[in-house]
Write a protein that binds this ligand. Structure first.
Ligand SMILES: Cc1ncc(COP(=O)(O)O)c(C=O)c1O
Length: 420
């Protein structure tokens, strides 16, 4: 008998919005609802499944307006948004790109594939975000891009980073993959640097299943980003200036285009983002306020003018010397009280064999990670703050629609676990 695809009643959710499964009973949020399903079904019936369909065009226009940039272009994931942005700003062989060592590997991988050398920087131990003073120390004549990553929805020290970029004439690329709707001094993250990139991967605050978007004010960056990944879209739309006119409509023949169904889902998710951010912010504020009477557990630092958004994770910082209990013992005690505290979500990049030993990326001893080509490699101990944070940062449950007493339940568990 053929499968009845109209029967959604028995469909099991493969993904939940919150990236952690700790205490799922405390969260009532459903990420994907009938609104997304109906739109996808309608588009499928219309065979609106490929190319720069109206929904993709409308979404890009809306995204640019919402972020406050002149241009936006959708792509198949956050990684290809970053690839397009790096290409857009001319990152290539011989260049260096600085990013925080505690980010997801996809922040830097596209730059490496373009031939640039990854240069990691340490973090501010209180915010867990890129430390601008450490960035400063790592700038060389070859630095071509600095990438603040607004990890877990918290926002980097942008005034200082933008000033460093300006001082050295180095573009800033904001990786906003965790921070949809976050703001800095009233402006939307992703609009402050040369370009902003977002992931719409399935567990993100806006999901396309898989998808991503790039936004920029810079016409040349935008056009180059389209050249590298938007083959055969309608001439005159992606390429808006005259400079690359003769390359239309094929561009460079590469294709990172987003799936229209994914963008349709993302468009519904964007409708819901303000509400989602409000709920997550309220829950996190309640828990963070309650930490005041739990010595040894602190919220992450917020820089002046930051309004968090997305909240892709909820880290807090444990201090064993204040609590009088090791982090391991605290985690165990929390688990005994029903609360699973997550440990590090991402490996610090300098600890990976790829970045310690290097790799003959393009074969025949070529590429930016090749020891024979001058790649020195990192070692354990190179990034003391990020290494300490990996031991001390604990991830709390991320709840988007918490049951009324969720914060109290969590704080009770933390309080009991903290007792000697
Ligand atoms: C900080 C960061 N940058 C980039 C990406 C890449 O996004 P995608 O998985 O959509 O390619 C991710 C994905 O989780 C991320 O966390």
């Amino acid at each position: 008998m053929p499968q009845d695809y109209t029967d959604t009643g028995s469909v099991q959710r493969a993904f939940v919005q919150t990236a952690t499964t700790a205490l799922p009973e405390l969260d009532r949020w459903t990420q994907i609802t009938d609104a997304e399903a109906t739109l996808v079904a309608d588009m499928t019936r219309r065979n609106e499944l490929s190319g720069g369909t109206p929904i993709v065009r409308a979404f890009e226009k809306r995204w640019a307006e919402w972020v406050g940039t002149r241009f936006a272009v959708t792509v198949m994931n956050g990684t290809s948004a970053l690839y397009s942005a790096y290409f857009g700003m001319g990152v290539g062989p011989g260049d260096e790109v600085i990013c925080p060592v505690n980010t997801w590997i996809c922040t830097i991988a596209p730059a490496i594939l373009l031939g640039a050398k990854p240069v990691f920087c340490d973090i501010d131990p209180l915010s867990l975000l890129m430390d601008p003073e450490d960035v400063r120390k790592r700038i060389t004549a070859n630095t071509r891009c600095i990438v603040p990553v607004h990890l877990w929805g918290n926002v980097c020290d942008l005034d200082v980073l933008l000033a460093i970029g300006q001082e050295h004439d180095i573009p800033i690329l904001e990786d906003c993959s965790h921070a949809h709707g976050a703001r800095y001094k009233g402006l939307m993250c992703g609009s402050l640097g040369a370009a902003g990139c977002w992931s719409f991967q399935g567990s993100k605050p806006i999901s396309a299943g898989e998808g991503g978007v790039l936004a920029t004010d810079d016409i040349d960056l935008f056009e180059r980003a389209c050249l590298v990944g938007q083959v055969n879209r309608i001439a005159g739309i992606d390429l808006v200036g005259a400079r690359y006119e003769e390359l239309q409509p094929l561009g460079l023949g590469m294709k990172f285009r987003a799936h229209p169904l994914g963008i349709a889902i993302a468009s519904v998710q964007l409708d819901k983002l303000a509400e989602l951010n409000k709920r997550r912010a309220a829950y996190i504020a309640e828990v963070e306020a309650g930490l005041a009477d739990i010595p040894g557990v602190s919220p992450c630092r917020l820089y002046e003018g930051v309004e968090r958004g997305g909240f892709y994770g909820f880290p807090v910082i444990h201090d064993p010397s204040v609590m009088g209990k090791s982090t391991e013992a605290f985690i165990e005690a929390a688990a005994e009280n029903g609360l699973n505290l997550g440990r590090k979500r991402y490996p610090n990049l300098h600890e990976l064999p790829l970045f310690q030993k290097g790799f003959d990326l393009f074969t025949r001893k070529r590429g930016p990670l090749c020891p024979e080509n001058g790649y020195a490699g990192y070692q354990n101990g190179d990034f003391p703050n990020a290494e300490a944070a990996a031991e001390r940062a604990l991830f709390m449950p991320e709840l988007s629609d918490p049951v009324p007493d969720a914060a109290r339940i969590i704080l009770d568990a933390l309080r009991k676990a903290a007792q000697r």
